[in-house]
Design a protein around this ligand. Sequence first.
Ligand SMILES: Cc1ncc(COP(=O)(O)O)c(C=O)c1O
Length: 358
Amino acid sequence: MSIEIHGADIYTAAEKNGSGINEILDFSSNINPLGIPDSVKSACINSIEYSNRYPDINSSELIRSIASVEKVPTSFIFASNGAAEAIYRIAFFLMPKKGLVTAPAFSEYESALKAVGADINYYNLGEEYEFKINDNILNHINNDTDIVFLCNPNNPTGQITDIKTTEKIIDKCMKSGATVVIDECFLDFVENKESLSSVRLMNKYDNLIVLKAFTKIYAIPGIRLGYCMSSKRDVINGLKSSGPPWNVSNIAQAAGIAALKEREYVSRTVSNVKEQRNYMISELNKLNIKAYNSNANYILFKIFNDVDLKEELLKKNILIRSCSNYKNFDRSYYRIAVKSKNENKLLIKALYEIREML
Ligand SMILES: Cc1ncc(COP(=O)(O)O)c(C=O)c1O
């Protein structure tokens, strides 16, 4: 059985298979299948010319662009070296003693909490509730809770939390003195994202931090760019001082400014992902596989036979994400990205080839 912390490790997979990195078909990381927009590529290339200078320490132009797209003041924004960096800065600035995370969820919330010595409580997302958060989570928040991490849509389940439930959680935390971090790194892939986003709630609740990434939606995991937002000035200042300066490179700043102009690309992505996700879910369910509904650009599924599906597919140079290291999951659970039509067909074909094992 293979244990992994994250998907996306095509390097180890290629080494193991004795193949080139480009030969691995990577379904383990959830990156926009439309690829990097050309304008973003050009902006990165042009910015190399200025890499003999330090980057703007305040990421000023990038932050103005983010503010205009998010419709929030520039003072609400902290730009980070990928969303993961922001998660750790939040933990190191707030130094929570007790954190609440959902199980399963993106593992870096837990890792960042552990890094600052916090105790962790888990709110279990039951299969019987389709892995959705419900009001029962409120019973897990008490006066000892310092921070709550939520992910919307959740990774790896692809489930969304409605804004009313989200607001109840933030409200309860506000009253009990806890911070809520809502990770919306995959929300740009979701239809009607405006009605689901908690960004507007920042005006009402200063205990809310909203986290976003350029990584997934603009297909630039190698550039490292994310940001978080809060209406509390102390939080934004605290995040700045909780790590080294110049955390966002010239190249990343240029990429972000160009990416935020790509509005049509984002809406094309949403419809493309929806179509391919529906195709994949219906194809997976034709096999002896239970594919769960998803609102994001990835699909969680379960198999019923005792087989290491990741290993079997890797023999065919296809990398998927085993979910065996997520709390409450075991080796029967896997997550795949929704990729391009041709790539998706290749995965389905490969699954048919090993159909008798499933
Ligand atoms: C839910 C979630 N949040 C944050 C991140 C980190 O994103 P980044 O690569 O921008 O650090 C990931 C990466 O997989 C993720 O799945």
